[in-house]
Design a protein around this ligand. Sequence first.
Ligand code: PLP
Length: 409
Amino acid sequence: MSTPTSHSTLDQAQQRYAASLMNTFGPPKLQLVRGEGAHVWDADGNEYVDYLGGIAVNALGHAHPALVEAVTTQLQTLGHVSNFFTTEPQVELAEKLLELVGGGTRADGRVFFTSSGTEANEAAFKLTRRTGRTHVVATDGGFHGRTMGALALTSKEAYRTPFAPLPGDVTFVPYGDADALAAAVTDETAAVLVEPIQGEAGVVVPPAGYLAAARSIADEHGALLWVDEVQTGMGRTGRWFAGEGVRADIVTVAKGLGGGFPIGACIGLGEAGALLQPGNHGTTFGGNPVACAAGLAVIRTIEAEGLLERATTLGERLRTGLATDDRVTEVRGAGLMIGLDISAEAAAEVVAAGLRHGFVLNNTTPSRIRLVPPLVLTDADVDALLAAWPAILDDAYAAASEAAAGKDS
Ligand SMILES: *Cc1c(COP(=O)(O)O)cnc(C)c1O
């Protein structure tokens, strides 16, 4: 892997960025110009293995021919029509999603398409109101998006406080604790909302049986079970859905669905699929034929290239390999959704060192790393990270202790 030699191009890009874009994300770490497979290149010609994948989005990596072909052909044929009309890709993707949610046989349900994860959750949130109840039980550390409704269901105070008051009647319970959930859900509860594995929290896996417990608790009170698969869905964990095997009333998906093309979906199952009626909800872009063609291409390619099995195999190799370094204190996850804790508060330094060694990594907390690479990651890409890992940690720990020494003096 190459090492950045000059930052002049990046400096310039950062200055122009800061002058013209709202400062919601902090300064960009790189200016990227090109991608292929699980690799990206920056404006200075440096190459990186992309272990972030656009935050669990680029399931097929970058510039996958099947995705390029599907999007290009659809755009050349019919690019957008509004929801006064339908198109073949839209109906076909809805049918395909119901089939995948049903574990191979079509589930009884209905799909509402959106352009993002937070909008999929907004649709679901409105859907839950149509039960006639308003109370929702969600989890500490859960993340469901940044729009006002989805934010009301997201526990993190730093995200919520500046925007109060948010839609109310939400109770947060500790994640993974079925007893706490049972105590919080009542006959007034519209829905129980959970991620099968928490992503933004740093890949937190609940105890076995948690989702099934949530199902029976919801059933006891006539509440809906709403599973947010925005990050875990579409093959990320080595299965189509991480919550497979537990019947949900609502499943929301987005991130990996379009492989980089913006699309999300709120899937209502059984009676929940009929709760939103004409006039209740809408979208201009959701269900756009180009986005739906992208979704179909992603699903077909995952099937054709056996990417679920690949995610499982590569994920196991990565988790085992990364854990061999003593500075890694815990490794979690499933498939290519991997979280790891390190022994020092040096996660930001690990990400910076990763870039110097030619890897895009991600930190979710001061001591937590998240890896959500494309499902088309190769064995060579895995070998490369495992080979560089001790040196990345060396660099990161050195940088962190230098910073600490600087603070002390
Ligand atoms: C990313 C994410 C969202 C929000 O999706 P956006 O497309 O960023 O709006 C919602 N839920 C989960 C679990 C996510 O990981």
